[in-house]
Structures are given as structure tokens and as C-alpha cells.
Design a binder for this molecule. Structure first.
Ligand SMILES: C[C@H](O)[C@H](O)[C@H]1CNC2=NC(N)=NC(=O)C2=N1
Length: 99
């Protein structure tokens, strides 16, 4: 059973996670890209990191917009260090092409 982080720990972690927020009990980010292909490229890149970490975000896409949500099933759907780790990997490569 993974250990849930406290609200204080999550707020601290968000300091190193540009573009991420804590909403509805999950780590979330929303990005807008130049078009559908750019959005899908971002999703595929997220997929490789997710698979490597054995941890997978909920992914929602509409055309050029992508929303990601992260929580840990193993901790009753709460946020754990596993979510922060994947969010950091994603934040480190996130890009937004000029529209
Ligand atoms: C067995 C498998 O590793 C688990 O179900 C993993 C897969 N990916 C996961 N992804 C996320 N975001 N949370 C999990 O708890 C989780 N569990």
C-alpha cells in the first residue's frame, strides 16, 4: 500500500511542478498545443515515461488540448510520491508550441 501525501506535502511538491495543480484530490495539468498532432506527440511522450515508471495518468484530449490527472490506486486514489515523480518527469519535457 503506497502512502498518501498530506496536503502540506503536496503543496510543497507543487513548488517544483510548474503547470501542475492539486484539484479534486489529484495532481492535474492542462496544456494547449499548436494542433492535434502536437497534442498527440505530447501524449505519446507522456506514455513512454508512464510505462517506464509503471504509473499511468488519466489522459483527456480534445483536439489541441490535453489534460492529465494523477493519483495512486494503491493508496485509495490519493496522491503519493509516485504521482509527484511522474509529474516531475512530464513537467521537465512539457512544451507548448506557439500558436
Ligand atoms: C499493476 C500496475 O502496476 C498498477 O495497477 C499500476 C499501473 N499504473 C498506475 N497508474 C497510476 N496513476 N496509479 C496507479 O496506482 C497505478 N498502478
Amino acid at each position: 500500500m503506497a502512502e498518501a501525501m498530506t496536503d502540506t506535502q503536496i503543496q510543497q511538491a507543487l513548488g517544483d511542478l510548474p503547470g501542475w495543480s492539486y484539484e479534486q484530490g489529484k495532481l492535474q495539468c492542462k496544456h494547449e498545443f499548436a494542433g492535434f498532432k502536437e497534442a498527440m506527440s505530447f501524449i505519446v511522450r507522456v506514455a513512454f515515461h508512464a510505462e517506464e515508471q509503471g504509473h499511468h495518468p488519466e489522459i483527456f484530449n480534445v483536439y489541441n488540448k490535453v489534460s492529465l490527472s494523477l493519483s495512486t490506486h494503491d493508496a485509495d486514489g490519493k496522491v503519493t510520491e509516485k504521482d509527484v515523480k511522474l509529474a516531475k518527469a512530464i513537467a521537465s519535457f512539457d512544451w507548448r508550441a506557439p500558436k
